[in-house]
Design a protein around this ligand. Structure first.
Ligand code: FES
Ligand code: FES
Length: 162
């Protein structure tokens, strides 16, 4: 059976991309296989673990639950993009400083989800942080260090520090 293919044009991390993709290809597979942006990980492939988290038109989504074809005309941002731009440099530094990652499999998704929470400049409670990252699974850390890191950055940002 031949695959149905379609042409898509989108922006990925600020660069214009045009590709022909299988209609059933997920966004995360497209990013990893076609664009070699392998920072977005594939875990459950069912929208549960958050390893595939990316931003589409500014909104955090599960890359395994979106089709690449649905992103025609969209602005997609991956961990590579937000890392290169320096947008989450403080979060990355805090994760490293507080040992908030071990194997690193969950980390790209965790960082993007944390950034989503912190973009409004508020300093959320630890309970709110836990609630917000509850859709991002970590097999290694037990979450305490991750919450510590996010809380520290939230306080820094709310206090106007870098
Ligand atoms: S791989 Fe997408 S949520 Fe788990
Ligand atoms: S650091 Fe290993 S899954 Fe989170």
């Amino acid at each position: 059976m031949s695959e149905h293919r379609c042409n898509i044009a989108l922006t990925v991390n600020g660069e214009r991309v045009t590709e022909t993709v299988d209609a059933r290809k997920t966004l995360v597979d497209f990013l990893r296989d076609d664009l070699i942006l392998t920072g977005s990980h594939v875990g459950c492939e069912h929208g549960v673990c958050g390893a595939c988290t990316v931003r589409v038109d500014g909104v955090v989504v599960r890359g395994c639950l979106m089709l690449a074809a649905q992103c025609d005309g969209a602005k997609v941002e991956t961990i590579e993009g937000v890392s290169d731009s320096g947008e989450i440099a403080d979060l990355q530094a805090a994760f490293e400083r507080r040992n908030a990652l071990q194997c690193g499999f969950c980390t790209p998704g965790m960082l993007l989800t944390a950034q989503e929470l912190l973009t409004n400049g508020q300093a959320p409670s630890r309970e709110k942080i836990r609630e917000h990252i509850s859709g991002n699974y970590c097999r290694c850390t037990g979450y305490h260090a991750i919450v510590d890191a996010i809380e520290a950055v939230a306080k820094q940002r709310a206090g106007g520090q870098t």
